[in-house]
Design a protein around this ligand. Sequence first.
Ligand code: GLC
Ligand code: GLC
Length: 819
Amino acid sequence: MHKQHNEQQFGYFDDKKCEYVITDPHTPTPWINYLGNDGFYGLISNTGGGYCFYRDPKFRRLTRYRYNSVPVDNGGRYFYLKSEGQTWSATGRPVHTELDQYSCHHGMGYSRFKASKNAISSQVTSFIPLDTKAEVHQLELKNDSDTTKSIELFSFIEWCLWNAEDDGANFQRNLSTGEVEVEGSTIYHKTEYRERRNHYAFYSVNHPIDGFETDRETFLGPYRGFENPIAVERGKTANSLARGWSPIASHHIKCELAPGESKTLVFVLGYCEVEAENKWLAPNIINKQPAQTLQAQFDTSEKVTAELAKLHSYWQKLLGKFVVKSPDERFDRALNIWNQYQNMVTFNLSRSASFYESGIGRGMGFRDSNQDTIGFAHMVPEKVKERILDLSATQKTDGSAYHQYQPLTKKGNANIGGNFNDDPMWMVLSTANYIKETGDFSILNEMVIYDGQEQATHNHFDHLERAFNHVVNNLGPHGLPLIGRADWNDCLNLNCFSEDPNESYQTTQRGASDVAESVMIAGQFVLYGQEFVEICKRLGKSELASQCQSHVDKMRSTVDQHGWDGEWYIRAYDANGAKVGSHENAEGKIFIESQGFCAMAGIGSEQGKPLQAMQSVEKLLSTDFGIMLNQPAFTRYSKYMGEISSYPPGYKENAGIFCHNNPWITISEAMLGRSEKAFEYYSKITPAFLQDVQKLHKTEPYVYSQMIAGNDSANPGEAKNSWLTGTAAWNYYAATQYILGIRPDYDGLLIDPCILPSWKSVAITRQFRGATYEIELRNPSGLSKGKVQLSIDGVKIGGNLIDPKRYKGNHTVVAEIMA
Ligand code: GLC
Ligand code: GLC
C-alpha cells in the first residue's frame, strides 16, 4: 500500500485486493469504474454517479445521467442519510456535507464506498453479479457511538425512458409517457411497456419501507437539486405515483441502531424481459414474476456475499492467466491488474459508453473492436471468436466494412457507412492473433454472412481474403492504398474539403476518392498481408499464398519508392497528389502512424529505414508525456486536411499525444532491440507510472486515456477521454509480446524478450493452450536483446519456441538471454 499523500495525490493502489483506493471525493474529474461484464453494465464514479444499461447504452438505458452537466457527474445511485438534524451521502455526493471519513475502493467489477459522519459509518458495495441483469447495492450502517442513533435513509435513482437520445431531447413526448407501479418495497418502471416494449426495470430493497417517492419533483421540491431534496429535508415522503414527467425510485427507511449495532440492506436495480403472452397479470398490472425471481437471488446479505465471492474468483482466475514479477512493481501492477481489466472493458464496450462517450453516438467500431481483441484473446478466447465473427458478418461483399455496428441488432450502421479504408485489414490482425493464442484454425471455416445476406454462403477465410483484396483493388496513382474517408486517423480527411460547420468531416465527400493515398495503410497491408499469406500457407493454399505474397512484396517496394521522405516515412498523398507528412510541408511534416506501421512491417530495413524513422520520432515527436501524433501542429484550418486541422494545436489528433499509437513505436523499438527506448515509451503513458502527476493528468490514475495534451497545448500532460481507448489493448500487447516477448505464434509460445539491461531476472506465469508455464527470463549479462536459450523442466531445448503439443499441466521454463 502506498498511503503517502501529497497534494498531487487523490488515492493509491492496493494491489493485494486489486483495488484503487480514492481517499478524496474531489478528484479532478469523476474517476469511474465499470460493473458487469456480460450484457448488463453499470458505470459508477467515485461518488456513486453514473448509470446502467442492458446491452445497448442508447436503446436500453435504465437510469438517467446528465452528461457535461453542472455540477459535474449528475445522476447516480444516491443514498441520503439523516440523523440528528444532519444529512449526508453515503457515497460522498450529492449532499455537500463534508464526511468525517470517505474512501472509494474501485475493484475488479465492484466498487465500495466507505463513509462516516457523526459516529455513524456506512459501507455501500456495488456490483453486478455474474450472469445477472441487475446492479446490487449492499448498504451497511453501523452506530459507532455509545448512544442509540435514529437514522433515516432515502435511496434515489432516476429512470431513463429507455432510449437515451430521445430521453434527453424529445420532451414534448417523453414528459407524458412515464409510468410506474409500486408493490411492497419494489418500485417498477414500466414506461412504454403498455405499447411495444417487452421489458421493464425495478428498484427494490429487502426490507419493509416507511414510504417511497416515484415522482421526481415531489421528491426534490420545486427548483431544488439532488443535493437537498425536500423529502429528505422534511423526513417525509408523499408516496407519489409518477404519471409522466420524470419517474424516479426512492425508498424511505427509518431505523434505530443501538451502540455498536449495525444493519445491512440490499438494494437491487434490475432489468426484466417478459414474453408477449405473459406480459400482464391484469389490465395494466405487469407480470412481476421475473422481478421477484431476480430479487430472491439477492434478498439476504449472505447471498450477496456469496455472489461477490464468485465475482472475485472469476477475476482471480482471469488475471491468473498472465502474471509478471519484474524488478519494477509499477510495471507489474499495470500488466497484472489494471491493464487487463481495462482490456475487458474496451472489448465489451468498444467506444460506446464512458464518461466521455455518451452511449448514444458510436456503436461497436469495426477497426476498434478488432484491435481490442489483441488485449483480450488470452483471457476469454471464446468471446473473441464470437466477436470476430460478428464483425465479419457486417463486412460487405467487396471486402469493405461498415465502420460501426449496433450491439443490439449486430447490423452495420448505415448513417456512417464504410470507406474507412484501414478497416478491413484489422480483421486479419484479430483473426491471426486469435489463432496464435488458441491454435484454433476452425474459426476460418465458420460460415459467415456478408452484410444484409439471409444465409451464409462463404466462410470467414473468404472474408479475410476479400479484406486483403479490398486493399489490392483500391490502389491510387502511386500504387499505395487509397485512404477513402480516413484511415486509422479519423481526422485526416483528405477527400472531404468541408467549409460548412454543419457537416461531418468524415462523410462529406468532395474530392475524387481515387487519388488520396495512405502510407499507413500500406504499412498495415505489408504487416497483416504477410500474416494473411502465412494463414494461406498453413491451409495449404500455396497458389493463393504466392499470389498474395507478390502483392505484399510489391507494396513493400512501393513504400520504399514513394513512402520514404529521407529521414522518415511519408504519411499520405492528398487529393491533389501532394505529400502529407514530408519535410516539404510547412506543418505536419512528420506523423507517427506511418513510422509505427512501416517500421513494424520492417519496410526498408536493408537500408536501415526503421531505425532512422525511430530516431526521427525521438527527435521530433517524443515528449515527457509520450509521443505526439504529428509535428509541427496545424495552426490553421485547412479543408484539404480536414478535422485534424480543426483542433487547437496540441489536442487530439492535431499534435496531441494520442496514446493508441504510441505502442506501435514501442513495438518497433523492441523489434530493433532498443529496450530502453521501448520501455521509456511504454512507461511514459502508463498510469501506474504517473502517480506523482495525478492532478495534472486529471483522469483516472489506473487506466489509459485516449489523449494527453501535447507540447503545443497550454497544459502538456493533461489527459482526456479515459477508459475506452485502443491504447489498453495495444500497450498490453506491446509490453507482454514485445518487451517481455512472451508471444503466441501458430506453432506455440515464442520467448523473445527485449527487456531493460538492468533487469537480471523476470518471472512470468503464462497459461497457454491448456498448460501453465512458470517462466523465468534470465539476463545475467545485462543485455537488451539476445539469443534465447530455453530449458523446460530442466531440459535444454533448441530454439525459442515452446511447443504446446508436448506439454500439459505445469512446467518450469528458464529462458536465458545470451550474447
Ligand atoms: C478514436 C477512434 C479510433 C481512431 C482514433 C484516431 O480513438 O475510436 O477509431 O482510430 O480515434 O482517430
Ligand atoms: C475519433 C477522433 C475524434 C473525431 C471522431 C470523429 O474519435 O478521435 O477526434 O472527432 O473520431 O468520428
